[in-house]
Design a binder for this molecule. Structure first.
Ligand code: UGA
Length: 459
């Protein structure tokens, strides 16, 4: 099947390589000439495990190509995906200008689609009702396109960092459409995954559109619930990770997305939550729960900042090391990363901030120019008065705690993701703050730390 994919960001590029992997002929389109040029040479614009390998393999095999012209994506295609960005406007509303532009241009070229018929599929996350607007834009740009093009919705549920696996082995595939033709074409497109037993859900377009926003908002709600519990646990002496385990042992609740921390980030949850709230408002339904989820997320970041201040006392003259700068492990994406929000707030309050991340340092420096970068975790910790674990990259679990403490000026660790074990941190001589867990390292006082250090030094 020939497929066009318009927009080669995280969703679009992953779609390009995974549809090629499923055996389709794919043309990816982007307005960014430099990006298209690099993609054509097998260079990926962001880090995603397995992406470069698939990109290079299918470029070499001839089943994948890139262009700046939408006409190239439509010519001979049966299905064209819209994967362009839908950023937030200042009001929180999703900005759908790029979606409209793509729809209008697809309309102009629609007579070149295979057999003169096309399914135009919205893949980027959009508010319910967008397909109706897309249909209208198609007709405005080209009256005949109204008859030739079926509009469908196929929301993407992939997670950054495991996007290739999520696309080739998804939990479910969701297709919203309103014509037999569109449903049939989408079933052929996903045939290999359907044959492998992947759950395949067909529904109407508004339901598919709303289900995506509803899913992301619910996941964000689970995280904020865990973070609110963490505040309560810190006051009551309970352990939020154990509370989450116990809650999660009830299959009706589930353990996933109940990890308290510094809050959620990334380009999806913060933006989608705002857009969902805006959609709800525009439909005349007040949904204050969504505002509360966002407020609790900010509270989680403030709680981390408060612990740092509690530990170091005054921030001026202090050096704070941040481990992990991406919004979550496994990606170099720093958009709305809690680590960078924290870095900026620390800088604003007069601290020197040095960061280390296995993948995201270049992106982080662009976002927060005042941030110093270190070559490894120990260099970041060197001379620091406080070390903050912001993103739980697995390699941080294996840090040599004694070495870390020796290079730091003050033995203070604020663990924003509950990566470390409180008793081990105490044993290594740290004053240790984590999220929603009982003191552990907090029980030691600094005189004990001094004694441990002397003992270490003499051994
Ligand atoms: C999210 C959804 O999980 C995907 O299903 C969806 O397709 C995607 O948004 C999207 O709309 O495109 P993603 O943004 O890649 O995927 O990241 P997640 O793995 O969901 O993590 C989001 C944030 O929540 C991260 O900052 C993570 O650290 C945080 N998080 C996650 C927690 O703080 N606690 C948890 O228990 C889980």
């Amino acid at each position: 099947m020939k497929i066009g994919v318009i927009g080669t960001g995280h969703v679009g590029l992953v779609a390009c390589v995974t549809y090629a992997e499923m055996g389709h002929q794919v043309v990816g389109v982007d307005v960014d000439e430099e990006r298209v040029d690099q993609l054509g040479r097998g260079i990926a614009p962001f880090f995603e495990p397995g992406l470069v390998e698939l990109l290079q393999r299918h470029l070499a095999g001839g089943s994948l190509s890139f262009s700046t012209a939408i006409a190239d994506a439509v010519r001979g295609a049966e299905v064209v995906f819209i994967c362009v960005g839908t950023p937030s406007r200042a009001t929180g509303e999703a900005n759908l200008l790029a979606v409209e532009r793509v729809a209008r241009e697809v309309a102009v070229h629609s007579d070149q689609a295979a057999g003169g018929r096309l399914v135009l599929v919205q893949k980027s996350t959009v508010p319910a009702g967008t397909a109706t607007r897309v249909r209208r834009a198609l007709r405005m740009a080209n009256r005949d396109a109204g008859a030739r093009v079926s509009v469908a919705s196929n929301p993407e549920f992939l997670r950054e960092g495991q996007a290739i696996r999520d696309s080739l082995e998804p939990d479910r595939i969701l297709v919203g459409a309103d014509s037999v033709y569109a449903f049939e074409a989408m079933r052929r497109l996903y045939k290999s995954l359907i044959d492998n037993g992947t759950e395949y859900i067909e529904t109407d377009v508004p339901t598919a559109e709303l289900a995506k926003h509803a899913s992301n908002a619910f996941l964000a709600l689970k995280i904020s619930y865990a973070n609110a519990l963490a505040r309560l646990c810190e006051r009551s002496g309970a352990d939020v990770t154990r509370v989450a385990d116990i809650m999660g042992s009830d299959p009706r609740i589930g353990r996933a997305f109940l990890d308290a921390g510094m809050g959620y980030g990334g380009f999806c949850f913060p933006k989608d939550l705002q857009a969902f709230e805006h959609l709800s408002d525009s439909l005349g339904y007040d949904f204050p729960l969504l505002r509360e989820v966002a407020r609790l997320n900010n509270e989680a970041l403030v709680a981390t900042l408060t612990k740092i201040k509690e530990g170091v006392w005054n921030l001026e003259d202090k050096r704070v090391a941040l481990l992990g700068l991406s919004f979550k492990p496994g990606t170099d994406d720093v958009r709305f990363a809690p680590a960078l929000e924290l870095a900026q707030r620390l800088l604003d309050e007069g601290a020197t901030v040095v960061g280390y991340d296995p993948q995201a340092m270049t992106n982080a420096k662009q976002e927060v120019p005042g941030l110093e970068l270190a070559a490894d975790p120990y260099e970041a910790a060197s001379g620091a008065h406080c070390l903050v674990l912001c993103t739980q990259w697995p390699e941080f679990r294996d840090l040599d705690l004694h070495h870390l403490r020796r290079v730091m000026t003050d033995p203070l660790v604020v663990d924003g993701r509950n990566l470390f074990d409180a008793r081990q941190m105490a044993a290594a001589g740290f004053l240790y703050f984590s999220v929603g867990r009982p003191p552990g390292g907090l029980e030691i006082d600094l005189r004990d730390v001094g004694e441990t250090q002397q003992a270490d030094a003499s051994s």
